[in-house]
Design a binder for this molecule. Structure first.
Ligand code: ZN
Length: 497
C-alpha cells in the first residue's frame, strides 16, 4: 500500500465518523507512472457567482494528501444540487514551491441508490467564522506641524545598496530638507521643488505614524536623530515593474545595528522616489513603508531573522489599510481574484522566485494577513513580530493552529466574499461540465475555484467524483462547498435553508 493510500485509509473513516457530507469512500486514483494528467486550457469566467452566498455554509473538507512519486488523489460521492444551489470545489496545492502542479478532475454517474443518511440535509453543516468589520479607512489624522529649527547643514553620506538587475549600488550625499517631531527628510539637493516635496512627505509620515506604531510598536531610532529618516533617492526613479513605478522602499539590513556600508547604514531609513507621486497617496505608501520599518526594527532588536517576503508584505499592506487607505491594495486584490490558481501565497524570496511586486501574489498575501487579523485580533501582529519560527510555521505559531487548516478556512473566506471588507467580486470560477474530464494547473500555495455544471438531471442523482494531482511532493487539499443564491432586494431569488 502506498503512503498516500495508507494515509487516506486512516483519515477518511475518522471524517466519516464525524458525519461529514459527501465523503463516501476513499480510493486511490491510478495515475500513470509517466507523470499523471496533462495540463490543458482552463477558462476563467468573469463574475461567475454574482448572486451566491455561503450563508448558511455547507462545506466538506476532503483530506489533505501528500503525493507520492506517482501523484495522489481523492474521490467522493456528490449529489446533483437543487436548482438554486451550485457546487464549488476549492482545489489547493499546498506545496511551498511556487511551481504549478497538474490536476485532473473526472466524474461518472454513480449507479447505487442514494443512501438517505448521506443526503446533505442530514449532514453536518459548518459555518464560516464571523468576521468583524475592517475599518479599512481610519479617520484622517491631523498632520503634526513642522518644528521651526535652524537647518542642519551637515552632509550625511548614505549607501544605497542597489536592486539586482535594476540599479547599481551607489553613495548618496544628503542634506536636511525638512524636519519634524518624528521625521527628518533628506535629499541630495535643496531646490524649491524638493523642499516642497520634503515638507509633504514629512507631514504625510507624521500623520500616519501613530496608527502604524499603535499596531506594530515603535519604529526604532537607530541613528539617534529623533525619528524616521526619509531619503530622496534618485536611483529609485529607475525602478519599475509591470509599468508600476517603485515609490518607496526600505532595506532590511539598514535596521541591523552594527552594520556598516555597504552592508547596511545602521539607520532607520525609508528611501523615496523623488520623481513620482503615487496614485494611492503618500500617506498610504508611507504607512506601508513605516510598517516595514517597524517590523525590521522589532525583529532586529530581538535578534530574530527577518520575516519571509510574503508575510512581511502582507503585514505592511494590512497595516497601511488600517492606518491610511486601501488604495494601494485594491487593484492587487482584483488581480488575485482574477487568477487565484497562478498567484502563490507563500514566497520566501519573491525576487528570486521571479515574482517581485507581482500584483496577484501581493493581493493573496494581503488577504491572508488581513483575514488572520480579523480572526485573531490586532494581538496577532505582536505574536508575528516575536515568533522565532519562519515561513508557514510563523503563521501557525501566531494563530495557534495548523497551517493547512488555516489555509482551508481562508480559501473558504475568499470564496464567500472575495476576502475583503469592501465590496468586490468573488474569485473567478473555472467552469466544469462534469460530463467530461477537466485538466488544470495550480501553483504552489494557491487555489483553483471550480464551479460544477451538473446538467439538468434529477435532484437525487449521485456522481462519483475523482480528483488527481500529478507529480511528487505536491500536497492536494480539496474542499467541496454548496453555495446558494443570494436574496436580492426585490426578493426575486430564494435562499435555500
Ligand atoms: Zn512592501
Amino acid at each position: 500500500m502506498s503512503a498516500a493510500k495508507a494515509r487516506l485509509a486512516v483519515t477518511v473513516p475518522c471524517l466519516l465518523a464525524a458525519g461529514l457530507p459527501w465523503i463516501i469512500a476513499p480510493r486511490d486514483l491510478s495515475l500513470s507512472p509517466s507523470g499523471g494528467p496533462r495540463p490543458a486550457e482552463t477558462r476563467a469566467r468573469e463574475d461567475a457567482l454574482p448572486l451566491l452566498t455561503l450563508e448558511p455554509a455547507t462545506w466538506a473538507p476532503l483530506p489533505t494528501t501528500l503525493c507520492n512519486e506517482n501523484g495522489c488523489g481523492v474521490s467522493f460521492l456528490l449529489e446533483t444540487p437543487p436548482v438554486d444551489a451550485r457546487i464549488v470545489l476549492i482545489l489547493s496545492n499546498l506545496a511551498i514551491e511556487p511551481a504549478p502542479a497538474a490536476f485532473m478532475l473526472r466524474a461518472a454517474p454513480d449507479p447505487r441508490p442514494l443512501d438517505p443518511a448521506n443526503r446533505p440535509e442530514a449532514l453536518e453543516r459548518r459555518s464560516l467564522a464571523q468576521t468583524c468589520d475592517n475599518p479599512g479607512q481610519s479617520p484622517p489624522t491631523e498632520p503634526a506641524p513642522a518644528n521651526v529649527v535652524p537647518p542642519d547643514e551637515t552632509v550625511r553620506r548614505l549607501h544605497w545598496p542597489g536592486i539586482p538587475g535594476r540599479t547599481a549600488p551607489e553613495w548618496i550625499e544628503t542634506l536636511q530638507l525638512a524636519v519634524g517631531r518624528r521625521v527628518e527628510v533628506r535629499g541630495p539637493e535643496r531646490s524649491p521643488q524638493t523642499l516642497q516635496r520634503a515638507e509633504e512627505l514629512r507631514a504625510a509620515t507624521e500623520a500616519v505614524l501613530p496608527a502604524v506604531e499603535q499596531l506594530l510598536g515603535p519604529v526604532p531610532d537607530l541613528d539617534g536623530n529623533g525619528g524616521l529618516t526619509l531619503v530622496l533617492a534618485p536611483p529609485l526613479a529607475k525602478v519599475a515593474t509591470g509599468g508600476r513605478p517603485l515609490h518607496a522602499c526600505v532595506v532590511p539590513h539598514d535596521f541591523e545595528p552594527g552594520r556598516t556600508p555597504p552592508h547596511g547604514n545602521a539607520a532607520d531609513l525609508i528611501y523615496i522616489n523623488p520623481t513620482e507621486n503615487p496614485a494611492a497617496g503618500w500617506k498610504t505608501i508611507l504607512a506601508h513603508e513605516a510598517a516595514h520599518a517597524a517590523v525590521c526594527g522589532a525583529r532586529a532588536e530581538r535578534r530574530l531573522p527577518g520575516l519571509e517576503d510574503w508575510l512581511h508584505e502582507g503585514v505592511a499592506h494590512a497595516v497601511e489599510c488600517r492606518a491610511a487607505s486601501n488604495e494601494n491594495v485594491r487593484e492587487r486584490v482584483e488581480r488575485y481574484l482574477e487568477e487565484t490558481a497562478r498567484s502563490p501565497l507563500v514566497l520566501a524570496d519573491a525576487m528570486r522566485a521571479g515574482r517581485w511586486r507581482d500584483p496577484g501574489c501581493r493581493g493573496a498575501c494581503f488577504l491572508f494577513v488581513d483575514w488572520c487579523l480579523r480572526e485573531h485580533g490586532d494581538d496577532w501582529l505582536g505574536r508575528i513580530l516575536q515568533t522565532p519560527c519562519g515561513g508557514t510555521d510563523a503563521v501557525a505559531h501566531a494563530c495557534r493552529s495548523d497551517f493547512d487548516e488555516l489555509y482551508r478556512r481562508w480559501s473558504l473566506h475568499v470564496l464567500a466574499e472575495g476576502g475583503t471588507a469592501w465590496p468586490t467580486r468573488t474569485p473567478a470560477m473555472i467552469p466544469w461540465n462534469i460530463a467530461a474530464p477537466l485538466n488544470l494547473e495550480v501553483a504552489g500555495t494557491s487555489s483553483a475555484f471550480v464551479e460544477l455544471e451538473c446538467g439538468a438531471g434529477p435532484h437525487d442523482r449521485m456522481w462519483q467524483v475523482e480528483i488527481a494531482c500529478g507529480g511528487a511532493r505536491r500536497r492536494l487539499q480539496a474542499t467541496a462547498v454548496r453555495v446558494f443564491r443570494k436574496k436580492t432586494e426585490a426578493g426575486s431569488e430564494r435562499t435555500t435553508p
